[in-house]
Ligand binder design. Structure first.
Ligand code: FES
Length: 255
């Protein structure tokens, strides 16, 4: 079931040059949402009126009844979102899409690989894994240290490994070069971020015979099956990421 809600902005925080963290609240408790699902946000203040943007669920804070959205302000709609203020109302449709697979057994070792704003859904997913008795390790990649987001928050749920392309934080290189992939064993990998990164992670997982799923949320535009921007080739033919995903077992993708 999905809901259309007028949510109140409780805060807007600039995380780094690109990203803002928008926290939303409501009078009623939020409905159940799965890590990996997304929200369709209406952007009224933008020049093209009545525009909705799909934004993944960064975190659901049940105690404070707050829904967090980490937004990269890169387009017209998302820049309008970054200009919101506490007290503003944001109309949202939620929750949409499928989610990441929950852990199947206590002690399961899950590697969560995120790049750029794609780290967003991994925070809520990491919390769920931890609460289910799993053991999440976060592997976060960015161009530079300044592009990293929410690193301290991730540490609440598991170990955090970092790569940056310029070596300004963590190990220098790409996520697939990180030493944790050599030194430790993982039962499952989930990834979200730029497509080349996810493809590299999927290839690594395939070689290592580790089940892997990827969220292709970054391909979505309208988020509701109307624009066909998000078509991905799969073993079952062309599928709309926003309708069938955004999370896919990477063995289904023709990568
Ligand atoms: Fe428009 Fe999927 S994002 S059809």
């Amino acid at each position: 079931k999905k809901y259309v809600l007028d949510l109140k902005v409780s805060s807007v925080e600039r995380i780094n040059e690109r990203n803002v963290l928008i926290k939303l609240t409501d009078d009623k408790p939020f409905p159940e949402m799965l890590p990996g699902q997304f929200v369709e946000v209406r952007v009224d203040g933008s020049p093209s009126t009545f525009l909705r943007r799909p934004i993944s669920i960064n975190f659901l804070d049940c105690e404070r009844n707050e829904l967090w959205l980490l937004v990269a302000a890169i387009g017209e709609g998302t820049r309008a979102l970054a200009r919101l203020h506490a007290g503003d109302i944001l109309n949202c449709v939620l929750p949409l899409g499928n989610g990441f697979t929950p852990v199947r057994r206590p002690g399961e070792r899950v590697l969560l690989v995120g790049g750029g704003v794609g780290v967003a859904p991994l925070l809520y997913y990491g919390k769920q894994i931890r609460e289910a008795g799993g053991d999440p390790v976060f592997l976060l990649g960015a161009r530079t240290a300044a592009d990293l987001a929410e690193v301290e928050l991730f540490k609440a749920y598991g170990r955090v490994c970092i790569t940056t392309e310029d070596g300004s934080a963590g190990e220098k290189g790409f996520v697939t070069n990180h030493s944790v992939l050599v030194s430790e064993h993982f039962d499952h990998i989930s990834t979200c971020g730029p497509k080349p990164m996810m493809m590299a992670v999927a290839h690594y997982a395939r070689k290592a015979s580790i089940p892997c799923e990827a969220s292709l949320e970054n391909m979505m535009a309208c988020g509701v099956g109307a624009c066909l921007c998000c078509v991905e080739k799969t073993t079952e033919g062309n599928l709309c990421v926003c309708k069938e995903g955004p999370v896919f077992d990477t063995r289904r993708l023709l990568w």
